[in-house]
Design a protein around this ligand. Structure first.
Ligand code: ADP
Length: 548
């Protein structure tokens, strides 16, 4: 049933109001009743008793008047007494007339009429028997005449008492009624007030208790929902305002649950889409990387091809130069130029020899490199005394070093010892480095330093340090690439094939070592060759290394 809290409170208030109205109505009824009884006592009983008292006085005075009439002998006095009795009769008539409207019951009417009859008898007896008897017997005792009236006065007195008793009874019963009305009103007012208070208290306590209980449930449910428990529902006890609130709360929680599941679904979708996007990005990156690698490979291939073309052009030039010299001088000799001048002919022959050697060196370099390119190089490993090897290289290179006014310095510990390696290849590498240093240094110093490195495995370091033109950082990157030359113009100025350093690196690696360079343009370069002493490279079973 849908009863709102407001209606319940109003119903409680209405019950209280009805009780109060009933109480007021009852109290006013009771007070009206008491007022009526009090009015009755005041306006009926008291005047009637008062009239009865006055009537008794008149009767007494009438009796006294009779006695005076009997006693007085003087006619004047007798007349006055008669006069007085007549006045009293008139007064009595007035009292009867006054009393008549005060009569409230048949019993009283009957008793009043009895008084009336008894009084009439007294008056009648007075005029018909007493006064004539007194007049006839002027003398003698008064007793006989007066005594004859006594029974009549006795009847009158009795009737008066009966009437008075009736009045008293009525007054007493009216007062009793007022008292009873007062007591019952008191009981009802106290009871009604108590009932009103009880009903108010019960309604207040029950309603407030239930409201507090339901609000408490809602509060705890709200706290649980706030903590994330969206499965929480509140029992809808009734369909009042709190019931509607509980219903709205349940709807809100259901809606929140739906929203959350939608959000979770969206989140899931987003996550999946994110993963897909990441996958796509990764694919793209991979594609991009592959593309970059392909581009790099292509660029490297293009660079290699370009370097090869350049190398071929250089090689052709380098080969043609000594060949032209050989052909030129041979032609001169054949034509007989310088015939008879053995010195000039010797000079021509020296030039032919020098050009031939240069040609041999060039071809040997190309052949070596070609072998390396094919991945095959022959190594002849054996114990090599380091000091004699170094001195040999220094002796060979000294004239070249001195050509450009350079000084050669060799620094080597005296106990440098020996190593297990391919001596001619080491010599070739060092010669190449030293001749490069000599080519690119003018009036400077070229140092060859040899040191045993304190490493495991034991290594020997050969450092060729010059104070020449140096190499830029950009060129350092590609220095050991085959067919690369730093500056064609410089290369043109000095001899070179662009294969020396590439060959040197391949040889160092074949010997189990490495070559590196540091340089500062304008201040010189340092080439370091580090080779194992020999405990790593055992006697090779096969003197051929596959370098692929
Ligand atoms: P090449 O036989 O032409 O000298 P290399 O491979 O030995 O070929 O050298 C490649 C290039 O490296 C040289 O042409 C030169 O430009 C540069 N280079 C080598 N050594 C030095 C050095 N000590 N100082 C300056 N430049 C050098």
């Amino acid at each position: 049933m849908r009863t709102s809290l407001r209606a319940k409170l109003l119903a409680g208030f209405a019950i209280d109001l009805v009780l109060m109205i009933l109480l007021g109505w009852f109290a006013s009824q009771q007070m009206g009743r008491m007022n009526e009884r009090a009015t009755f006592v005041e306006q009926q009983t008291i005047p009637s008793l008062d009239t009865i008292a006055r009537m008794s006085t008149v009767i007494n005075r009438y009796q006294v008047g009779q006695l005076e009439y009997l006693i007085y002998s003087n006619p004047y006095d007798k007349d006055r007494s008669r006069q007085k009795m007549g006045d009293l009769e008139a007064e009595m008539e007035r009292y009867f007339a006054d009393y008549q409207p005060l009569i409230t019951s048949d019993e009283e009417q009957r008793r009043f009429e009895a008084v009336l009859v008894a009084w009439q008898r007294v008056v009648t007896a007075n005029y018909e028997r007493f006064i004539p008897a007194v007049a006839l017997a002027n003398t003698g005792s008064v007793q006989p005449f007066y005594s004859r009236m006594n029974p009549l006065y006795g009847d009158l007195s009795e009737a008066m008492e009966a009437l008075s008793a009736e009045g008293q009874t009525q007054a007493t019963s009216a007062l009793e009624e007022v008292r009873a009305t007062y007591l019952s009103a008191q009981t009802v007012i106290i009871g009604d007030t108590g009932l009103t208070i009880l009903i108010s208290a019960v309604i207040g306590l029950v309603l407030s208790g239930r409201i507090a209980l339901r609000i408490g449930r809602l509060t705890s449910a709200t706290a649980q929902v706030a903590a994330g428990d969206l499965d929480r529902q509140v029992e809808v006890v009734s369909r009042d305002e709190l019931g509607t609130l509980a219903q709205s709360f349940n709807q809100m929680v259901t809606s929140l649950r739906e929203q959350r599941s939608i959000l979770e679904q969206r989140n899931e979708e987003l996550h999946t889409s994110l993963l897909r996007q990441e996958q796509l990005t990764a694919d793209l990156v991979r594609g991009k990387q592959a593309e970059e690698e392909a581009q790099r490979a292509q660029a490297a291939a293009e660079a290699a091809s370009q370097a090869k073309s350049m190398f071929l052009a250089n090689m052709s030039h380098e080969l043609r130069t000594p060949l032209n010299a050989i052909l030129g001088y041979a032609q001169l000799l054949k034509m007989g130029v310088g015939a008879g001048d053995p010195e000039a002919q010797g000079c021509y022959l020296d030039s032919i020899l020098g050009a031939g050697r240069h040609l041999t060196s060039l071809i040997s370099n190309v052949l070596d490199f070609s072998k390396i390119e094919q991945g095959k190089i022959e190594l002849h490993i054996g114990p090599v005394e380091i000091a004699p090897l170094i001195h040999e290289v220094a002796d060979i290179v000294t004239p070249l070093v001195q050509q450009q006014k350079n000084e050669l310095r060799v620094n080597m510990p005296p106990d440098i010892g020996s190593m297990l390696t391919d001596g001619p290849k080491v010599r070739q590498v060092l010669f190449n480095l030293l001749s490069n240093a000599a080519k690119f240094t003018e009036a400077g110093t070229i140092s060859l330093e040899v040191n045993a490195l304190d490493e495991s495995p034991a290594m020997i370091e050969f450092a060729v340090i010059d104070t020449g033109i140096g190499i830029s950082a950009e060129h350092l990157q590609q220095l050991f690439q085959p067919f690369s030359q730093v500056d064609s113009s410089v290369t043109r100025r000095v001899d070179g094939t662009g294969l020396g350093l590439a060959l040197s690196r391949q040889l160092c690696r074949a010997l189990g070592g490495e070559i590196s360079v540091t340089s500062e343009p304008g201040h010189g370069s340092t080439f370091r060759v580090v080779l194992p002493v020999g405990d790593l490279i055992e006697e090779p079973a096969q003197p051929v290394y596959n370098l692929a």
